[in-house]
Design a protein around this ligand. Structure first.
Ligand code: HEM
Ligand SMILES: *[C@@H]1O[C@H](CO)[C@@H](O)[C@H](O)[C@H]1NC(C)=O
Ligand SMILES: *[C@@H]1O[C@H](CO)[C@@H](O)[C@H](O)[C@H]1NC(C)=O
Length: 322
């Protein structure tokens, strides 16, 4: 009997890496269960504190995760500061003066280090904080696969080329997400993240002055704080991406699209007579379906890994390599 149990355990242990490998990496929901049992509660409470102090921070952390994962995988490369001899991702076009939340991640990391030194990656902290941010703002929750490692390098050029811009067409969005193994359905679900957060005038100026498929009263409203004369150059004045509930993670983003109130050209591309129109209406009417698809797509995005030969470590300070 004891031998049989031991034999079974050996088989199970032997198979585990194979099964995880088939799921796309060696991540596991229980990765820190023994190494750092307090991890999830530390991240949750620190994220809750940051979001309570400033609800937009939840949106900023969610976006930070997206911008990490789309550039050589979820490896915390986005968190590395530039140095005299190193140019990272923070100052890439899609990130500079735009991505926020670095200080919050650094602060959470310091708290995690205090209880579990040198075992938890910055990349996993971002994945957990993004999940908690969504949930704290009223959205779904899900179990996060863990065991990511932190990169020793970053790529400004990959950040410039792998992240879609707000002027993207539907075809471009589908291609860019497809390049990451994400389906059009995943792309539309993930775009639902724009139910929270704010954007600078420069990112939607063209849309509110030049697009045809925009709600006229919505365009007029946004034009009030994003003047034509500001051009697309530098105006940093913020507007909520979701016109009705920018600090609540719901499905009004999809309602907005149906009302031609998408803030970015790329948002409205999801509902402009193309392949995603039906899905936008499904999400708009069925918050539960959106919640399930969003959580599933976040899991897929979160399992994007750097290439196997990329050197990695567990960074001690998320801003710099050890
Ligand atoms: C589909 C392609 C996407 C495009 C073209 C896009 C573009 C943008 C742009 C231009 C901004 C405003 C940036 C600024 O003003 O500085 C923004 C904000 C934001 N994006 Fe996206 N995004 C996309 C997908 C995503 C995805 C997949 C997520 C997360 C799962 C996400 C989450 C956010 C959030 C939460 C904000 C607000 C951030 C804040 O308030 O700090 N976006 N996005
Ligand atoms: C870091 O990445 C850059 C660009 O991707 C590359 O040119 C450089 O050689 C890399 N540095 C190291 C130490 O791997
Ligand atoms: C414009 O938005 C309003 C909601 O603010 C909506 O009632 C109206 O139907 C929209 N118009 C169009 C053409 O979608």
């Amino acid at each position: 009997m004891a031998a049989a149990v031991r034999c079974f355990l050996m088989v199970a242990v032997g198979l585990a890496p194979l099964l995880a490998g088939a799921a796309g990496g060696k991540l596991s929901t229980r990765f820190y269960d023994s190494k750092c049992p307090s991890l999830q509660s530390v991240v949750r409470s620190a994220t809750a504190q940051a979001v309570a102090a400033e609800p937009r921070m939840g949106a900023s952390i969610l976006r930070l995760f997206f911008h990490d994962c789309f550039v050589n995988g979820c490896d915390a490369s986005i968190l590395l500061d530039d140095t005299a001899s190193f140019t990272g991702e923070k100052n890439a076009g899609p990130n500079a003066n735009s991505v926020r939340g670095y200080d919050v991640i650094d602060a959470i990391k310091a708290q995690v280090e205090a209880s579990c030194s040198g075992v938890v990656s910055c990349a996993d902290i971002v994945a957990l904080a993004a999940r908690d941010s969504v949930n704290l703002l009223g959205g779904p929750t899900w179990t996060v696969q863990l065991g990511r490692r932190d990169a020793l390098n970053a790529s400004q050029s990959a950040a410039n080329s792998n992240l879609p811009g707000p002027g993207s067409s539907l075809a471009t969005l589908i291609t860019m997400f497809g390049n990451k193994g994400l389906s059009p359905r995943d792309m539309t679900a993930l775009s639902g993240a724009h139910t929270i957060g704010h954007a600078r005038c420069t990112t939607f100026h063209d849309r509110i002055y030049n697009d045809a498929n925009i709600n006229a009263s919505f365009a007029a409203l946004r034009q009030q704080t994003c003047p034509q004369s500001s051009g697309t150059g530098g105006d940093a004045t913020l507007a909520p991406i979701d016109v009705s509930t920018p600090t609540w993670f719901d499905t009004t983003y999809f309602e907005n699209l149906a009302n031609k109130q998408g803030l970015f050209h790329s948002d409205q591309e999801l509902y402009n007579g193309g392949s995603q129109d039906v899905l936008v209406r499904v999400y708009m009417r069925n918050p539960d379906i959106f919640a399930l698809d969003f959580a599933k797509a976040m899991g897929k995005m979160g399992s994007l890994m750097p290439s196997a030969d990329t050197p990695t470590e567990i960074r001690l300070d998320c801003k710099k390599i050890n």
